[in-house]
Design a protein around this ligand. Structure first.
Ligand code: HEC
Length: 124
């Protein structure tokens, strides 16, 4: 009997320890994952790089894409809906596909879509 009850106590402590470990692992992983939690990521820095690499050559002073200017953060944010329409929405005579004569990669489109969905501002 004495052996049994001691064994019970040991089992109890074992489970308690496992529970504690699980708790520690959970809280640690939620800490490291917080940057990737939907809604907390900031997409604008990536959008700015996409625009600089694919759009600014035409949409800057002297470019053929004027009067649409995409040179500053404020320009890009003010035109969030137009940028999303031109790069992602179905092209039509009223909705020109950009970059002109080409198309963004699926990865770049996904970033623009997420940025637009979040609010399309510099802080998004
Ligand atoms: C090769 C030059 C060129 C590049 C590169 C280019 N554009 Fe354009 N863009 C134009 C021209 C030209 C127009 C005017 C289109 C027209 O009215 O026929 C235009 C028009 C626009 C407009 C105005 C709305 C519309 O549909 O007419 C937006 C918004 C736009 N571009 C966004 C972009 C974005 C975002 C990129 C990069 C992903 C980009 N453009 C890359 C040449 C370019």
């Amino acid at each position: 009997m004495a052996f049994l009850s001691k064994r019970c106590v040991n089992v109890f402590f074992l489970w308690q320890t496992i529970g504690c470990l699980a708790l520690v692992v959970c809280s640690l992983s939620s800490c490291t994952n917080s940057a990737a939690t939907p809604g907390t990521e900031t997409y604008f820095p990536q959008v700015r790089v996409i625009v600089q690499q694919n759009c600014v050559s035409c949409h800057s002073p002297g470019g053929m894409g004027l009067p649409t200017m995409l040179t500053t953060d404020a320009n890009i944010a003010a035109l969030a809906a137009a940028i999303k329409a031109a790069t992602i929405d179905p092209a039509s005579p009223r909705n020109k596909r950009m970059p002109q004569g080409g198309e963004l990669s699926a990865a770049d489109k996904a970033i623009i879509q997420k940025w637009f969905d979040k609010g399309g501002k510099i802080s998004d």
